[in-house]
Design a protein around this ligand. Structure first.
Ligand SMILES: [Fe+2]
Ligand SMILES: [Fe+2]
Length: 254
């Protein structure tokens, strides 16, 4: 029964294929209204791009852990293809607006590798990050007055929501298969920090100013509902809001 809970890779992949957008054909690069994009938006996008650009390191870490799991390995291959596509799309948007991300900027922190102690930890780390990411791009698309950025963020948000669905489905499957308790899950969540912390040097400062502005409290509500459904008992996230934005407590976990 438990194995039926997991979204099959083929279902995920057919949704990706159905909604695939083309970097060259679907984004109207020549229609950018430079007068309608703000410097704050460009700074926000630069951090978002650097986080997306950390994908080769995430892929190396996660494929190492999941290469013997055919469903998860297949999913990760597509997910990181899409995350890296997001990096190149955002980098191009920034370049067209006079903000350059050099290869040195993009690779500066990629040497930091993470060896995970269990399969639960990356599921929580990356799955929860997808909640933040999906809501972030969706709200940025709604907030910006620049039409091409709006379009690009809508495309990216749709990809992130698909990633989120697969991670939550897999987390639910893993929790049941491995007999993970709500206490285990909460213990892992105690250490949660958004993956951007590894990818961007001044992530905390960024998050306190711009990141939270676009996400608000919605990710925590989505997370609480998802975890409560997965473990079957109410899960309290008291303290998590503080930890995801606090300079002292924010530390990556593995
Ligand atoms: Fe992404
Ligand atoms: Fe994603």
């Amino acid at each position: 029964m438990a194995s039926q809970l997991r979204m099959p890779f083929e279902r995920f992949f057919s949704l990706c294929e159905k909604h695939r957008w083309s970097l060259e054909g679907d984004v109207e690069w020549s229609s950018i209204r430079h007068d309608l994009v703000s410097s704050d938006e460009l700074e926000t996008l630069r951090r978002a791009a650097l986080t997306e650009g950390f994908s080769p390191t995430y892929a190396a870490d996660l494929l190492d852990l999941y290469c013997t799991d055919p469903e998860m390995a297949a999913f990760l291959s597509v997910q990181f293809y899409e995350e890296y596509k997001h990096f190149h799309a955002l980098r191009r948007y920034l370049r067209l607006n006079g903000v350059e991300i050099s290869d040195e900027d993009a690779t500066a922190r990629r040497g930091t590798r993470t060896k995970y102690a269990s399969r639960l930890i990356p599921l929580v780390k990356f799955g929860v990050s997808e909640i933040f990411t999906a809501i972030f791009y969706r709200n940025l698309a709604r907030a910006t007055g620049e039409p091409v950025l709006k379009q690009l963020c809508q495309f990216i948000a749709a990809d992130e929501y698909r990633h989120l669905s697969f991670y939550m489905s897999y987390l639910e499957y893993h929790v049941r298969e491995a007999g993970i308790t709500s206490e285990d899950l909460i213990r892992v969540l105690q250490q949660y920090q958004h993956q951007g912390l590894e990818a961007v040097e001044d992530w905390i400062e960024f998050w306190q100013v711009n990141g939270r502005h676009y996400t608000g409290l919605e990710p925590y509500v989505v997370l609480q509902n998802a975890l409560t459904r997965i473990v079957g008992t109410p899960v309290s996230l008291r303290g998590l809001v503080q930890r995801t934005s606090d300079r002292v407590h924010a530390q990556t976990f593995h």
